[in-house]
Design a protein around this ligand. Structure first.
Ligand code: B4P
Length: 190
């Protein structure tokens, strides 16, 4: 089973690369951001709660996203593997994911991190915000807050996977296809 964690700051290209990886490897895409936006568009109680935090550039509580992922893993028992995109975003989420996967005897194959500097991230997200309709992409102040949340709470997750010898990072600046090739080279080493 191929279980991949795609890692990087907001706007690093995780969602973009995930789409290509799903096509190539037939994996199930688990993007906590997409799942949360789905809850918002359906107007659920969870969505209403998450919207306030997301629009303000903050992370949604661990228990909420861990529950969502657990549910999706159970709903896809016959999957060839998963791409975790935007999850885990805290060390507590990473520990919970290990426990969930242990019970299924299907550990994480590796984490691949996309490295992109803050100026480029801000430019990409503002550009996307022009037509995505995502409130968290429209405001430079919120984008900077998301990057700060990443540095404070999410960056330490890299150390969690480094400790398991499962961490590799690549340059996330370049064409989408160049970056995809670099990811594939890592996957073929698993
Ligand atoms: P996400 O939906 O995960 O949002 P993101 O980090 O902005 O997405 P991503 O990084 O995938 O964007 P991409 O690079 O594809 O999270 C949104 C919010 O949800 C969070 O702030 C948080 O509130 C909440 N949330 C989600 N998961 C959570 C969790 N686990 N715990 C707690 N809270 C959670 O795309 C960016 C742009 O760059 C695109 O326009 C793309 O076209 C462009 N791009 C991509 N590759 C490029 C390249 N090589 N060159 C130039 N541009 C490129």
């Amino acid at each position: 089973m191929l279980n991949l964690v795609l890692f990087g700051p907001p706007g690093a290209g995780k969602g973009t690369q995930s789409q290509k990886l799903i096509e190539k490897y037939g994996l199930i895409h688990l993007s906590t951001g997409d799942i949360l936006r789905g809850e918002i568009s359906q107007g659920t109680e969870l969505g209403l709660e998450a919207k306030k935090l997301m629009d303000d550039g903050k992370l949604v509580p661990d228990a909420v996203v861990i529950g969502m992922i657990s549910h999706k893993l159970d709903a896809n028992k016959d999957a060839k593997g998963f791409i975790f995109d935007g999850f885990p975003r805290t060390v507590a989420q990473a520990e919970a994911l290990d426990t969930l996967l242990e019970s299924k005897n299907a550990p994480i194959s590796g984490m691949i991190a996309l490295e992109v500097n803050d100026d480029e991230l801000e430019q990409r997200l503002l550009l996307r915000g022009k037509d995505s309709g995502r409130p968290d992409d429209a405001n430079p102040e919120v984008i900077r807050k998301r990057i700060k949340e990443y540095n404070d709470k999410t960056a330490p997750v890299a150390g969690f996977y480094q400790g398991q010898n499962k961490y590799k990072s690549i340059n996330g600046i370049g064409s989408v296809n160049e970056i995809f090739d670099a990811i594939n080279a890592i996957i073929s080493s698993y």
